[in-house]
Write a protein that binds this ligand. Structure first.
Ligand SMILES: Nc1nc2c(c(=O)[nH]1)N[C@H]1C(S)=C(S)[C@@H](COP(=O)(O)O)O[C@H]1N2
Ligand SMILES: [Mo]
Length: 521
């Protein structure tokens, strides 16, 4: 009696292990195949990508808040855990319903294939890796469960040795397949990185206006005027950072009202006159006081020059298209008003960031930058296609997900120092300092108030143009001990004072004022 029961448990355990091993095989085979298709076609990335595409904005915002830059790692780990649980279930099921279990493994391949097929930017071959994984995974399950399957109601001693051999072969073969796939993918990515490292960017035809000496107040904890590339915020939907091969990359400009459709290679762009500008980029998902804003020196081709060459006119001069839709290699779509792209501001197709080719995270080889607009309506990374169309006929990625069609950046200010709950000494002066931004309008004034008292004028740092943030500082000598709330507000160059009305990031950017509570002892 005891012997039979423990044998039954052992059998169930091995069946569960078979389920796990066949799921692992399916993933490894798919990974191997994806190395020859494209990495994003691998099932985990495809399914993860579809989850991201289908996540409601509120949940996405929560995930970004809760997990920050780890959100994608958390997502993938979650998918793996769910997959492992289902695989164990399928394995246990396979003792009695072997065929159904095999169909189950294959169905997961189909699900991956479906996700890969429906991802924007997918090619016709994208479903193949998942399908191959499904077929081989199902076959692995068949082979693994042969020695342990219950053929009749009668308990039979199962063949432990045969199972162990099968399990060893399956585990070994899928490890080899998975690792080979990884090596091939890594090789391709390394070759693209080597190309990027070897690039020397041409000198700009129009250099950036020199930064005024007083651009950086150099106060500890205060964000530096220029954000180093490694510290620059990153917001995108890509589960792995795309590495686009610049040697075969091309960009097309076409669509409504385009008299001469144009195609450019990377070299074509490098040969054109380049402009260099300091511009602050901001994300619409930035909460009041949040980190999703940064300033860089961008090098690129003036977007207006390319559009004029293509014969595009702004709507105000009779142009037929009012929306310019940027598409990336990873299927992102971003819609920008044509009127804004042609109104004389320094909108550009950027190839350089702070003196180096665009980092992969920030859109190598080419991205768009439009001063004054939030990133999701202007700053397409890994850009490959610009289509002229109308707002009435096409909604871009985030617009389909409840965000506004048009989104100029709202006036904001942030206290960088002191940090929340800092302990200050009564009678000792401290700099209250931060940044303020109102891109393309410019920051006229920044004021600070303590405990709802009078607004005190902060000293402003210099700026090279209206398109960057502006540092500010106000020196405070706390007197009363206890807890104090420091609040900041900016005024843009139109004279409009930053509102204190709190609204969330959806649909077109947060408003309200940043404040910090400190303790004086
Ligand atoms: N291809 C692609 N481009 C994109 C995005 C994206 O998800 N995919 N996100 C946009 C958003 S919402 C912002 S705020 C900026 C962020 O640029 P950064 O990551 O270089 O800071 O990129 C924009 N360009
Ligand atoms: Mo954004």
């Amino acid at each position: 009696m005891k012997g039979i029961r423990s044998r039954r448990w052992a059998r169930a355990g091995l069946a569960a292990l078979s389920g796990l091993l066949s799921a692992g095989t399916a993933l490894a085979v798919a990974e191997f195949a994806a190395a020859f298709v494209r990495p994003e076609a691998a099932p985990l990335l495809a399914v993860g990508g579809s989850v991201i595409d289908r996540t409601p904005p509120a949940v996405k915002d929560w995930a970004v808040r809760e997990f920050g830059n780890n959100d994608k790692f958390v997502l993938q780990s979650g998918i793996l855990v769910v997959l492992a649980l289902i695989a164990i279930g399928i394995g246990v099921l396979s003792r009695r319903l072997r065929r159904t279990a095999m169909v189950g493994v294959f169905a997961f391949g189909v699900l991956g294939a479906f996700a890969a097929y429906h991802r924007a930017g997918a090619g016709a071959v994208d479903p193949l890796p998942s399908l191959a994984g499904g077929v081989v995974g199902a076959a692995a399950l068949w082979w693994l469960t042969r020695p342990i399957v219950e053929t009749s109601t009668q308990e039979r001693a199962f063949d432990r040795r045969a199972f162990l051999i099968a399990a060893g072969v399956v585990a070994g073969a899928s490890t080899v397949a998975g690792i080979t796939g990884r090596i091939v993918t890594d090789g391709k990515r390394a070759s693209i990185a080597a190309f990027r490292n070897g690039l020397r960017l041409p000198a700009p035809a129009e250099k950036a206006p020199p930064l005024p000496a007083g651009v950086d107040l150099r106060i500890p904890e205060l964000s530096s005027f220029t954000t180093p590339n490694g510290d620059f915020y990153r917001v995108d939907t890509a589960l792995i950072v795309p590495r686009v091969n610049a040697r075969t990359w091309s960009l097309r400009i076409h669509g409504k009202g385009v008299r001469r459709p144009l195609t450019f290679s990377y070299d074509d762009l490098l040969r054109r006159p380049l402009i260099e500008r300091d511009i602050t980029l901001t994300c619409v998902s930035n909460e009041v006081g949040g980190p999703y804003t940064g300033t860089a020196r961008w090098l690129g081709v003036r977007l207006a020059d390319l559009l004029r060459e293509a014969g595009v006119k702004p709507p105000s001069q009779g142009g037929k298209a009012d929306q310019l839709v940027s598409r990336s290699t990873d299927g992102m779509t971003i819609g920008t008003p044509v009127e804004v792209a042609l109104d004389g501001r320094d909108a550009m197709l950027a190839i350089g960031m702070n003196g180096e080719p665009l980092p992969f995270e920030h859109g190598f080889p080419v991205r768009m930058i439009v001063p004054g607009l939030y990133g999701y309506v202007s700053a397409c990374k890994w850009l490959k296609d610009i289509e002229l169309t109308t707002f009435a006929s096409y909604d871009a990625y985030w617009v389909k997900r409840t965000w506004s069609r048009e989104a100029p950046i709202k006036t904001q200010s942030r206290i960088d120092t002191p940090k929340p709950f800092a302990r200050l000494k009564a009678g000792v002066p401290v700099p209250i300092a931060g940044i303020a931004w109102a891109q393309h309008r410019g920051v006229l004034a920044v004021e600070v108030s303590v405990d709802g008292g009078p607004w005190e004028r902060a000293r402003l740092a210099e700026v090279p143009s209206t398109d960057t943030w502006r540092q500010w500082v106000w020196e405070w000598t706390p007197s009363a001990t206890g807890s104090h709330r420091i609040e900041v507000r900016a005024t843009d160059a139109t004279g409009a004072v930053q509102t204190d009305k709190r609204v969330g990031t959806v649909p077109d950017g947060a408003t309200g004022r940043h404040s910090v509570v400190v303790t004086v002892t």
